[in-house]
Design a protein around this ligand. Structure first.
Ligand SMILES: [Zn+2]
Length: 142
């Protein structure tokens, strides 16, 4: 699998014509590039505004369709925090989301080296976790 998570500010034209079985149309490339460029967990509306800068003709409905396709092909993760509208995250490794109550910004938080979910949770034996979604809220220390 191509490690998109490592790419910073990728050029939409650099993406292969197909990713994870999804045909990469011009619009999908643009939407993916927007999400990879600024890893601030944008909402669909933010993605739309940013995508419009390079592609003025793109519509919000198209952005939603692209996001749905990217999420269903595991190229982007959909993040739902409380009752807010969905946000989008290009980090596909297991991680949690920490929302800074002061700025409202959402940060990726990873497990400490070597720590697995089974180490901190009482999971029944044989449990296979297929989806991880942990969100935290608070403030950063000084
Ligand atoms: Zn994230």
């Amino acid at each position: 699998m191509i490690s998109l998570a490592q790419q910073k500010n990728p050029d939409p034209t650099d993406f292969p014509s197909e990713l994870e079985g999804l045909r990469m149309t011009k619009q999908r490339r643009e939407v993916l590039a927007v999400i990879l460029a600024e890893r601030d967990h944008p909402k669909a509306n933010d993605v739309f505004t940013r995508a419009q800068k390079r592609m003025p003709t793109i519509s919000l409905a198209t952005v939603y369709n692209c996001l749905e396709a990217l999420v269903s092909h595991n190229l982007v993760r959909q993040v739902n925090l409380e009752r807010e509208s969905s946000r989008y995250c290009p980090n596909l490794t297991d991680h949690c989301h920490f929302q800074d109550e002061k700025s409202g910004k959402i940060h990726d938080v990873v497990f400490k080296d070597g720590v697995k979910l089974e180490d901190i949770l009482e999971l029944p034996q044989g449990t296979e976790v297929s989806h991880l979604e942990i969100s935290l809220k608070g403030t950063f220390g000084q």
